[in-house]
Design a binder for this molecule. Structure first.
Ligand code: UDP
Length: 240
């Protein structure tokens, strides 16, 4: 698998189809895997947070989530047509789970959201076995969450706690999840897919302006997004 590093963080040079094929192989292998959807905020955090950097480095697949990552990766010869985002992964993963009879578990988001998405996915994919729980990334909830997941014996776990909580949660709790062959951090995907948060129109995504749409709809993101210009400058400086 071709890889690159964006300011030290690994990014695998795989598009959506290749990512899906790899994830299917992970489930077939049966052993434990973690997938991260790396965006510029991840890269900036990993710079200051060694534990988060370690967890990303240990991931089995680091997908290029966000046009800022695709741009930086392209400067180093890793040409991807578009980002592979958590929200775009969920529908084909649900299709894969239905087709291959993989059991799916949706963990995270506000109470009721994962259940709502599970219901929608069940309606769309005949035979899909999917369970859900909102849970919490707080360690005090780990025991309950683990027992709920264990009861469903999923092969694939999608974790929507936002970053870095979801990656740290998968790293901390993963080994207690017998039989879960792949755990994927998907950020706010459940909110988008249940229509709770509007997604940028396709044209905006195509020109790499999804961040602007998110900022307009969720102005509280300004603090998190404040790192983006610094990210861009560092990428330009690092690879000029
Ligand atoms: N979330 C959660 N528990 C928490 C904090 C956040 O389930 O303690 C969920 C939140 O409801 C949302 C997701 O995590 O669905 C984070 O979404 P966001 O868009 O912030 O994620 P990003 O992809 O930007 O990291």
């Amino acid at each position: 698998m071709e890889q690159t590093r964006v300011l030290g963080v690994r990014v695998d040079c795989v598009d959506m189809d290749a990512a899906l094929a790899l994830i299917e192989d992970f489930v077939d292998s049966g052993s434990r895997h973690m997938v991260a959807t790396v965006n510029p905020e991840f890269v900036m955090r990993a710079h200051d947070d060694r534990e988060f950097a370690r967890v990303l480095d240990a991931a089995d697949l680091c997908l290029a989530d966000g046009s800022g990552i695709v741009w930086a990766a392209r400067r180093q010869g890793c040409v991807l047509a578009k980002p592979v985002t958590g929200v775009d992964l969920v529908p084909p993963l649900a299709e894969m789970c239905a087709r291959r009879r993989f059991r799916l578990f949706l963990l995270g988001a506000a109470p009721g959201v994962a259940d709502d998405l599970a219901e929608r996915l069940r309606a769309e994919h005949v035979g899909l076995q999917v369970a859900a729980h909102s849970g919490s990334p707080d360690p005090s909830s780990d025991a309950e969450t683990v027992s709920r997941i264990a009861a469903e014996r999923p092969h694939m776990l999608l974790v929507a706690y936002g970053s870095p909580n979801q990656e740290l949660w998968i790293d901390r709790v993963g080994e207690k999840l017998d039989g879960v062959a792949v755990a994927i951090g998907v950020g706010g995907a459940f909110d988008f897919l249940t229509g709770r948060v509007p997604r940028a129109p396709v044209w905006m995504r195509r020109v790499g302006m999804e961040w602007l749409f998110r900022l307009a709809n969720q102005p509280w993101r300004i603090r998190r997004m404040a790192v983006l210009p610094v990210y861009a400058l560092r990428v330009l400086r690092a690879h000029s």
